[in-house]
Write a protein that binds this ligand. Structure first.
Ligand code: GLY
Length: 418
């Protein structure tokens, strides 16, 4: 990079105008500082002495770069106790894969793709390998990835021979004049752009084949499917350059009709990203999520000025006050009187860090909760979502018994919840 810049010397020998050199010197200085801060951080990390305020953060602040942020999910469903560990481990590996990219100044696009590939490869989740089977006993996958900067998405549906559907979604995002391809056309596009097609059998795990057999002999029942009907995986990332991407991938619902496409690959339904608002990935019953255009709804809640949703400023004591009871926060997002019973957002996380009331992600949490509240209110269905607001603050909500998800804190601490 340095060597491609033309050195701005004056024509007169020996005379160099300081003003002309200033941007150049500042560039060299910034790179040296970055190098020094990265080295210092490596030393601190290797000695396990990394403080929450690292030299790298100082660099970010000095040069107005974004804090990278990553949130992932492995679906909102009735996760049985015996699957909890696998869900934690899957989310953790996805966070590690994405964070390895973001923490080295990589792009949010790479991070979302890497995280979702891990989730697709983990058979406990309904995406890629281990997806639910359709009525014909075949896997049909859908995926989408969306760029918050230009609102462009790449989506694919009805895939039977693509091992990692999110890879194809990215190829479509980057190389296709259209934003969504399905079935055979999508698979032809995959081959043309360097993705190998797999044997459809390679996507089927034994547990799902067994569930499908039991449904075929009896009738479709949740009990045959490890207690769940649908779920999905997803990730949202913000990188240091401020690029925001969201992605979602799914095997859809179990015993679905061949050709059925749910919410996941549909822009605004299973996924949405807008750098002016935030990025969202949804999970749950697709036919209901489509009705409320759930991911876009969450992004619209994020778009509303945070100042309208902030905690109120502390009230000055009033001499005329008759009661010492604190005033209710003036939150203009409607929480709904029945929300607490509908939405399992506090049960496992009693507002522990990083999800503090009135903390930096208060607005993100309200947006997530309100969206799930409206899904339940308008469709009586279940689901959940993860999101990052435009600053990278995380939010999540679900009204299923459990959701598998994880987040990387700003100091690089990985956290997962089920
Ligand atoms: N949310 C996944 C599906 O319904 O297809």
């Amino acid at each position: 990079m340095l060597f491609q810049l033309s050195f701005p010397l004056s024509q007169e020998p020996g005379s160099v105008r300081f003003a002309t050199l200033l941007p150049w010197l500042s560039f060299v200085f910034s790179r040296l500082l970055y190098l020094g801060s990265t080295l210092a951080e490596s030393i601190l990390v290797s000695r396990s002495l990394l403080p929450s305020f690292t030299s790298l953060r100082l660099f970010d602040i000095l040069f107005a770069r974004m804090k990278p942020s990553l949130i992932v999910h492995g679906g909102a469903w009735d996760i049985p106790d015996e699957a909890v560990e696998a869900c934690h481990a899957g989310c953790r590996r996805a966070l590690e894969a994405g964070w390895a990219i973001l923490s080295r100044d990589g792009s949010a696009l790479d991070a979302v793709e890497a995280a979702i590939i891990v989730l697709e490869d983990e058979p406990v989740f309904d995406a890629g390998y281990g997806s639910h089977l359709n009525l014909d006993g075949r896997v049909e996958c859908d995926a989408i990835i969306m760029n918050g900067a230009n609102l462009r998405a790449g989506a694919a549906a009805g895939l039977q021979r693509v091992k990692n559907p999110i890879r194809l979604a990215r190829k479509i995002l980057e190389n296709c004049p259209h934003m969504m391809l399905v079935a055979d056309g999508a698979e032809r596009f995959a081959t043309k752009h360097g993705l190998d097609l797999c044997d459809p059998e390679d996507l089927i795990c034994e547990a799902e084949r067994e569930a499908w057999r039991r449904c075929s002999q009896d009738k479709h029942a949740v009990a045959h499917h490890r207690g769940h009907e649908q779920d999905t995986v997803g990730a949202v990332a913000l990188d240091r350059e401020g690029r925001l991407f969201a992605g979602t991938s799914t095997g859809g619902t179990c015993c679905k009709l061949p050709g059925r496409v749910g919410d996941s690959p549909l822009i605004g339904c299973g996924c949405y990203a807008d750098s002016e608002a935030g990025g969202v990935s949804c999970t749950g019953y697709g036919e209901a999520i489509m009705k409320v255009v759930m991911a876009k709804m969450a992004a619209d809640f994020l778009r509303v000025s945070p100042s309208q949703h902030d905690c109120p400023a502390p009230q000055k004591p009033s001499a005329s006050a008759k009661s010492s009871a604190p005033e209710k926060p003036r939150v203009s997002i409607h929480l709904g009187s029945d929300l607490e019973s509908e939405t399992h957002h506090t049960e496992h996380h009693p507002y522990g860090a990083p999800f503090e009331p009135c903390g930096p992600n208060f607005h993100a949490m309200l947006a997530a909760r309100e969206t799930v509240h409206l899904l339940a209110k308008r469709t009586h269905a279940t689901g959940g979502l993860i999101l990052l607001d435009r600053e990278g603050n995380p939010g999540f909500a679900f009204n299923t018994p459990r959701m598998a998800y994880g987040y990387v804190d700003t100091d690089g601490t990985l956290m997962t919840w089920v």
